[in-house]
Design a protein. Structure first.
Length: 351
């Protein structure tokens, strides 16, 4: 890491090390910067909450009410991309906090970011739950003429009442489905992350079927399903909400998450067995870039027996097809191959 992540005197030490009991292949990620720090919305399950600790703020009320805006992000980005050392690495936006949260409507940082990436022939992808992305679809369509562009949408609910209870102030499921349709109508790929799946709340066969049906009907290029991840900072906030709104589920969550941030092996296997045929039926079985990168001359379906390494990658979660772009050294200077899935060895620069 070059320099400091944020302006803070907080001591950064290891709090705990969780042994997963498995050896996992990791996607090589180079940390960059983000246009916003914090979501500016109350999302009880948001995995970005702990980032507020780097600013000497708490991941609870401060995360919900205080947002840090990097006003000059487009200017700095253009300068960085103009350096001779820049080789056109793929850039992933929205991997921690959302670039299309409500504050973007006021600050309009994304148009400058998109223009800078296109001008430098840098392939990029965007992950969001914010429907404000529709504003920039003409810009993204133009950029896709010159560079690879991927779009990913996070959608975990079909029940709007539950969605607003867990993610108050965020776009409704219907609005996000409309965003997927609009992106596809514009000729752009759009993968959907069905995440996080909440044990006993959104993991029923009926809910998952209705959600995947809606995503498929909207034209998504891929879909992946991941269970809730409760790391410190998020766990405390989510469990407080659960005790208040669903006290009858607390004991179950304490059991499923007794081993750490990840759901238990038994729950993950149970969820995968439930969702696997639903993905296959809708053509989403091999949507993830990690799964695709390891097939050898044939499309592996979800019905093939899994090796330990494949099971680990499945637990880690594949990115749905269309949500990440392929990594090509110097490829940003060449013809675009919009929506190509990233390889397992790709180095994605996070913003």
């Amino acid at each position: 890491m070059t320099g400091r992540a944020v302006k803070s005197d907080a001591p950064l030490t290891v709090r705990s090390v969780e042994d997963t009991g498995e050896v996992r292949d990791l996607l090589d990620l180079t940390t960059g910067t983000g246009d916003f720090i914090a979501n500016g919305v109350i999302s009880h399950n948001c995995f970005a909450r702990p980032s507020h600790r780097y600013l000497d703020m708490n991941p609870g009320e401060d995360f919900d009410s205080q947002i840090v805006v990097k006003m000059n992000v487009a200017e700095v980005l253009r300068a960085e991309l103009a350096k001779p050392s820049w080789t056109g690495d793929a850039v992933a936006l929205g991997t921690n906090t959302d670039p299309y949260q409500r504050a973007e409507g006021r600050y309009r940082l994304m148009p400058g970011i998109i223009d800078a990436l296109e001008a430098s022939r840098t392939p990029f992808s965007i992950l969001t739950k914010g429907t404000l992305l529709r504003r920039d679809l003409p810009r993204l369509t133009q950029a896709a003429q010159n560079v690879d562009v991927g779009i990913g949408v996070s959608l975990a609910f079909v029940d709007e009442d539950l969605q607003q209870a867990v993610e108050p102030g965020t776009p409704t499921p219907r609005a996000r489905l409309d965003l997927i349709r609009a992106a596809r109508a514009a000729g752009l790929p759009c993968g959907v992350m069905i995440a996080p799946v909440l044990p006993w709340l959104t993991d029923s066969a009926d809910h998952l079927t209705r959600l995947l049906d809606a995503v498929h009907e909207a034209g998504a290029t891929g879909a992946t399903v991941l269970p809730l991840f409760l790391k410190p900072g998020t766990r405390e906030w989510f469990m407080a909400w659960l005790r208040r709104d669903h006290p009858e589920r607390v004991a179950g969550y304490e059991r499923v998450y007794a081993g750490g941030s990840s759901a238990s092996r038994a729950y993950r296997d149970w969820l995968w067995d439930r969702v696997r045929p639903l993905l296959v039926e809708r053509g989403f079985a091999s949507a993830g870039h990690r799964a695709q990168a390891r097939t050898s001359g044939h499309a592996r379906t979800a019905w093939h027996p899994e090796s330990p390494g494949e099971r680990a990658r499945r637990d880690e979660g594949d990115y749905p097809a269309g949500s990440l772009v392929a990594q090509h050294r110097d490829s940003g200077r060449g013809p675009a191959r919009t929506g190509t899935s990233a390889s397992a060895s790709a180095e994605q620069l996070l913003f």
